[in-house]
Write a protein that binds this ligand. Structure first.
Ligand code: BMA
Length: 324
């Protein structure tokens, strides 16, 4: 098996660029019509799998129904996405209703890949499933009561329990939102809910003053868990979604150590400014090799883009520009 160092999708910082993170020059990597039925493909998650990568993709169809599809790639950039949505079998419970599925995240824990997404069950809540091979998928109990979005698992148990970030919400285009953490002994029953981070007081850091939500699965650095998250400001033209970073305590991840006052990436490229929902940068996955990180994000609720950075630089930036 090749090591991640050999195949991490990567492009060096463009000459003259002073930003801590930069976009892939060939963005978007997945276009809106990438599969025959799609209207848009965005807010999707990828993980290392076999000698390449696998992912779970949000593909809205041309009736604009939201569903999740498995996909595969050798290099993390060129993707083959199944033309049929994932069909789930019963996991740790009987099959539960799912009116729609969107915004998946994926992580490997212990012996299998776990998938979380926004599951339509009398409104959005957090759906959970697992797979060993990205062929058969087993749907488990929803983690929470509706309404909730942006459920992101930690990639390992913390103090013996599974841990998940989420964002309680309403049934619409929620005008509020803070990040909470919950714990579970078995991936079925969730409790010990604690507040992790709230929106910033306007005008302290205005890009994240309306709502925030966990983005990629956090990964460990020397300083703690590095989490990419989205922050939203409500402008006279509607919501604008940008990406920031936070560092959470290794053993007590409900404790935020640092959090960026400036954003790391905000809508500025054409494909982020124009699309079905203009002005959205929405991170859902991060691949890393201990030194470098590649972040996958949905752009304008239409396509998928990538951004790169050096972990050391991102950690230093987060510490040196922290709002805390
Ligand atoms: C959220 C979700 C996301 C979407 C975002 C911006 O509420 O619907 O899927 O990217 O809004 O439209």
């Amino acid at each position: 098996m090749k090591s991640l160092k050999d195949i991490l999708p990567w492009e060096d910082r463009p000459e003259g660029c002073k930003d801590v993170m930069w976009r892939y020059s060939k963005n978007p990597i997945i276009g809106r019509y990438h599969i025959p039925t799609s209207n848009s493909i965005f807010n999707s998650a990828v993980v290392p799998f076999e000698d390449g990568y696998a992912g779970v993709f949000r593909c809205d169809n041309k009736a604009v129904q939201m569903n999740v599809f498995a996909g595969f790639s050798k290099d993390g950039i060129h993707w083959e996405i199944n033309h049929e949505p994932i069909k789930f079998e019963a996991g740790n419970t009987e099959m539960i209703e799912s009116e729609y599925k969107y915004d998946p995240r994926v992580t490997w824990i212990d012996d299998r890949y776990w998938i979380t997404w926004c599951n339509g069950y009398h409104g959005p809540t957090i759906g959970i499933a697992y797979t060993f091979d990205f062929k058969k998928f087993y749907q488990c109990e929803n983690a929470f009561l509706p309404f909730n979005r942006n459920g992101v698992l930690f990639p390992e148990k913390i103090n013996g329990k599974y841990a998940m970030l989420s964002r309680p919400s309403d049934n619409g285009h929620t005008p509020f939102g803070d990040i909470y953490i919950s714990f579970s002994p078995d991936m079925k029953y969730w409790g010990e809910h604690r507040c992790v981070m709230k929106v910033t007081p306007f005008p302290e850091s205005a890009w994240q003053c309306t709502k925030i939500g966990a983005g990629s699965v956090p990964f460990l650095t020397d300083e703690g868990w590095l989490l990419f998250y989205h922050g939203v400001i409500n402008t006279c033209n509607g919501f604008r979604y940008s990406m920031g970073a936070a560092i959470l305590d290794k053993d007590h991840p409900e404790k935020v150590l640092y959090r960026t006052r400036p954003y790391l990436l905000a809508p500025a490229a054409t494909y982020e400014l124009q699309g079905d929902v203009p002005n959205v940068v929405f991170p859902c996955a991060a691949l890393q090799d201990g030194e470098r990180v590649a972040v996958y994000y949905g752009a304008a609720d239409t396509v998928v883009g990538m951004a790169f950075g050096y972990i050391k630089e991102i950690v230093a930036f987060t510490k040196n520009n922290s709002i805390l």
